[in-house]
Write a protein that binds this ligand. Structure first.
Ligand SMILES: Cc1cc2nc3c(=O)[nH]c(=O)nc-3n(C[C@H](O)[C@H](O)[C@H](O)COP(=O)(O)OP(=O)(O)OC[C@H]3O[C@@H](n4cnc5c(N)ncnc54)[C@H](O)[C@@H]3O)c2cc1C
Length: 407
C-alpha cells in the first residue's frame, strides 16, 4: 500500500507560519501542506505605522497567494478554534476538521487593554491594516471637520511601535492640513509611558537618544504616567484628564488566548513552554511570538523559528533523523523615530540617525526577501515611497469607497 504523504498543518499566516510554508516548498513536493489563517493577507507589521501616516497599504499587507503558490499548498481562510489531540486534527470556526501528522502553531499575539475602562472602545490601535486605515481616515476627518478641531494626539506606549508612530505623526497631521488648504495649526503629540524611560528593555543610552530625537520633533514625553481610563473626550493619566480625540494604544500585547483555552503549558507571561526542538508536545511545534524562547516577540525571531522548523521537519520526515536542537539567535534591534532616523542595537554596536535608518531599510528588504523573489521583494520595498491618503478630498470619492469596503 502506498504510504500517504506526511500532512503538515501550519496555523497562522504571519511571519512564522509563512516562513515554514515558503521554506518547505523549496524542498520539492514531499509533503501535504495546509496553511490555515484567519486572514488571506500577510501582515508586515513593521510598516503599519507608515500605512497609518500616509504610506501605501502595499507595504504592510500582502495577499498570501502572492507569497505561497496555492497550487502546491492548501490555503484555508478560517480561524482554528479547537485542537483535538487524540484524533490529531484542528477544528476551524466554519466546522472543518483538518488532520495533521505534524502541527505548527504560529498565531501571534493580541492587543491587551489590561481591562482599562473605555480603552477598547475609544482608543485607536496599530495591530492590523484595519486599525492603521481607521486611524488614517480619522486623522483626515478630524482636520477637515473644523467644528471639532483635534490637535492633541496621544500615543500610549514608549516601546518601538509607539516611538515609530510618535516620530512621524505630527508631520503627517501638518501634511494633511496643507493638503486640505487648512492653515497649519500647532499640533501637540504626547507620548505617555508608565516606565521612567523609553524602550525600558533596551540599554538606557538608547532610550535617552530616542527621547532627544523625539523631543527635537516636538513630541512631549510623559514618563511614570499610568493610563487609568478613557472616554470620548479625554484620557485619564495619573488621575488627571488629557483632552484628546486621538489616543493610540500601543502599550500592551498578550499571548493568543487559544493556548490557554486548549490546555497548553504556559510560562508566567502566558507564552507556551517548548522543548529544545520547539515542541510543546510530540508532533506539535509552537513558534514565533507564542513560544517561550529568549527573543520571541520579534519578527526576526519568528522568521528564524520558521526556517528552523522547516529544516527540522525535513530532517524528521525525509531523513528520519533527530533534528538539531534549537539555539536562539539574538536579533538586531532597529527603532525608527521620525523620517530617516533610527536607533540600532546590533550586538555591542549602537548606531543612530541616518545610518540607523539605512539599516532599517536594508532590514525591510531582507524581511520581504525572506518570503519572495528578488523582483517581488523590490516592488514591495519600493512601495514605501508611494503615498496613499484615505480621504474623499485627497482622492476621487469612488476609490476611497472601494478602499474602505476592502477593510
Ligand atoms: C505594530 C507592530 C510593529 C512591529 N514592528 C516590528 C519590527 O520593526 N521588528 C520586529 O522584529 N518585530 C516587529 N514587530 C513584532 C512582529 O511583528 C512579531 O514578532 C511577528 O509578527 C510574530 O510572528 P508570528 O508568526 O508569531 O505572528 P504573526 O505574524 O502575528 O502571525 C499570526 C497569524 O496567525 C493568524 N491567527 C491568529 N489566530 C489564529 C487562529 N486561531 N486561527 C487561524 N489563524 C490565526 C493571525 O491572523 C496572523 O495572520 C511588530 C509588531 C507590531 C504589532
Amino acid at each position: 500500500m502506498k504510504k500517504h504523504k506526511q500532512r503538515i498543518v501550519i496555523v497562522g499566516g504571519g511571519f512564522g507560519g509563512v516562513k515554514v510554508a515558503v521554506d518547505l516548498l523549496k524542498k520539492d513536493d514531499q509533503f501535504d501542506i495546509t496553511l490555515i489563517s484567519e486572514h488571506d493577507t500577510f501582515r508586515y507589521y513593521p510598516s503599519l505605522y507608515h500605512t497609518a501616516t500616509g504610506g501605501s497599504r502595499k507595504v504592510s499587507s500582502i495577499p498570501l497567494v502572492e507569497l505561497i503558490d496555492p497550487s502546491r499548498i492548501n490555503i484555508v481562510k478560517a480561524k482554528v478554534v479547537k485542537l483535538e489531540r487524540g484524533y490529531k486534527y484542528v477544528l476551524t470556526n466554519d466546522g472543518q476538521e483538518i488532520h495533521y501528522d505534524y502541527l505548527v502553531l504560529s498565531l501571534g499575539v493580541i492587543t491587551n487593554y489590561f481591562g482599562i475602562k473605555g480603552l477598547e472602545e475609544y482608543a485607536f490601535g496599530i495591530k492590523t491594516l484595519h486599525d492603521a486605515e481607521k486611524l488614517k481616515v480619522h486623522l483626515h476627518q478630524q482636520i477637515i471637520d473644523e467644528s471639532k478641531p483635534d490637535l492633541n494626539y496621544v500615543v500610549v506606549g514608549g516601546g518601538p511601535t509607539g516611538i515609530e508612530l510618535a516620530g512621524v505623526l505630527g508631520e503627517y497631521v501638518q501634511y494633511i492640513c496643507d493638503k486640505h488648504g487648512i492653515k497649519r495649526k500647532s499640533v501637540h503629540v504626547d507620548l505617555v509611558e508608565s516606565n521612567p524611560r523609553l524602550v525600558p528593555r533596551m540599554p538606557a543610552e538608547i532610550g535617552k537618544k530616542i527621547a532627544k530625537q523625539l523631543r527635537s520633533r516636538g513630541v512631549k514625553l510623559y514618563f511614570k504616567s499610568v493610563v487609568q481610563a478613557q472616554d470620548d473626550d479625554e484620557l485619564f493619566v495619573n488621575g488627571k484628564p488629557i483632552r484628546s480625540h486621538t489616543v493610540i494604544w500601543t502599550a500592551g500585547m498578550a499571548n493568543n488566548p487559544f493556548f490557554a483555552e486548549q490546555g497548553f503549558q504556559l510560562n508566567k507571561f502566558g507564552r507556551v513552554r517548548v522543548d529544545q526542538y520547539l515542541q510543546s508536545e510530540p508532533s506539535i511545534f509552537v513558534i514565533g511570538d507564542n513560544a517561550d524562547t529568549p527573543y520571541s516577540g520579534m519578527a526576526q525571531t519568528a522568521i528564524y523559528d520558521g526556517a528552523y522548523i522547516a529544516k527540522s521537519l525535513y530532517t524528521i520526515i525525509v531523513d528520519q533523523k533527530t533534528p538539531k536542537p534549537y539555539s536562539a539567535k539574538k536579533p538586531i534591534y532597529v527603532m525608527p523615530a521620525g523620517p530617516s532616523w533610527a536607533a540600532v542595537q546590533w550586538g555591542p554596536v549602537r548606531l543612530y540617525g541616518r545610518i540607523g535608518w539605512a539599516l532599517r531599510r536594508a532590514a525591510d528588504f531582507i524581511g520581504y526577501k525572506d518570503y519572495e523573489s528578488f523582483f517581488k521583494a523590490t516592488r514591495h520595498w519600493l512601495a514605501e515611497y508611494d503615498r496613499e491618503d484615505l480621504c474623499v478630498h485627497c482622492q476621487p470619492e469612488e476609490s476611497v469607497l472601494e478602499e474602505r469596503a476592502a477593510f
